[in-house]
Write a protein that binds this ligand. Structure first.
Ligand code: AMP
Ligand code: MG
Length: 291
């Protein structure tokens, strides 16, 4: 089994070389074992693996939570940052992968257009407020990267405002990592055609129509500009916490690969259940005497 983080990592050519997204096929399945392992139905196999890995993630998260409770000063937490074009599958990925963990220890936050109050602050203000406390797993559904993506593409601020943000983001993420947060950043990469299919299926399904926003078509019309903005952001901001591009046309591969990325992130933390500071035998004797 290859290390999925190294397989999907981008930006290794340096901050000035935009990530070539056209070279990453959204339909591909890097790292997926062959039929010898998966059998004849890789989709079914991957779904089973996601359940199995999900149980492992739940245990890891519980150990993180226990450590955060007993030793909050270590500041250990995990932050998953998810970015994608509309219909990229962020909600589905959160549901299927983060959904395996205990909701009590999860901090899930979706970022939409900033509120008037948020607009009165620096772009990282609302991000800092949403960071997972020690012991928690945070999930950002969109993030501070919107401030160099939609803001850039839709011209919501001039370049003199958004360009310095790459450095601000790197500095921010450096401090975050140094203070004990394991950050895993993932762009769910879908194709232009796949987005069209998914938007159409939203329109076709009365239970999904609420997810459609006519503005999504404005963003779709600027697809190439978005890809360019992503290409630059991924390269410029893979400093403290590298970006991963996850081919996401196939939902089952998306969930499987994301589960692995999280598992590898947890493995680095070398978590264990904290040893109690009280004397277990002494406490047991007290209870036994209390017959
Ligand atoms: P959704 O994730 O589909 O609910 O859509 C959220 C919308 O909020 C997307 O269109 C984003 O581009 C937009 N959004 C998120 N962050 C920002 C931001 N910092 N500035 C402007 N728009 C944003
Ligand atoms: Mg949307």
């Amino acid at each position: 089994m290859p290390d999925m983080r190294s397989l999907l990592r981008v930006g290794s050519e340096g901050p000035d070389v935009p990530v070539d997204l056209t070279a990453i096929d959204p339909q591909s399945t890097p790292g997926l074992p062959g039929r010898k392992v998966t059998g004849s139905d890789p989709k079914l196999w991957a779904r089973g693996e996601v359940e199995r890995i999900g149980a492992e993630l739940a245990t890891q998260q519980e150990m993180l939570f226990a450590q955060g409770t007993v030793e909050p000063e270590l500041g250990r937490s995990v932050l998953l940052v998810l970015q994608a074009m509309d219909c990229g599958g962020k909600d589905g990925a959160v549901k299927r992968v983060a959904g395996a963990m205990n909701p009590l220890g999860l901090h899930i936050k979706a970022f939409g257009p900033p509120t008037p109050e948020e607009r009165r602050h620096d772009f990282l203000w609302r991000i800092r407020k949403a960071l997972p406390p020690a012991g928690y797993v945070g999930v950002f559904n969109r993030s501070h990267y919107e401030d160099v993506l939609v803001v850039r593409v839709m011209g919501l601020a001039p370049e003199s405002v958004w360009r310095p943000r790459y450095k601000k983001i790197n500095d921010f993420e450096r401090r975050l990592v140094d203070s004990g947060t394991a950050v895993v950043k993932v762009m769910l990469h879908i194709s232009h055609d796949e987005q069209r299919e998914r938007l159409l299926s939203r329109l076709d399904d009365p239970t999904k129509q609420w997810k459609f926003n006519p503005d999504d078509l404005e963003a779709r019309a600027r697809w190439d500009d978005y890809q360019e903005a992503y290409a630059e952001a991924l390269a410029r901001c893979s400093d403290a916490a590298p970006w991963h591009v996850l081919p996401a046309n196939r939902k089952w591969y998306r969930d499987w690969a994301l589960a692995h990325l999280l598992r590898e992130t947890f493995a680095d933390l070398k978590l264990s259940y904290p040893k109690p500071e009280y004397d277990v035998d002494a406490q047991r004797r007290r209870l036994e005497a209390d017959g």
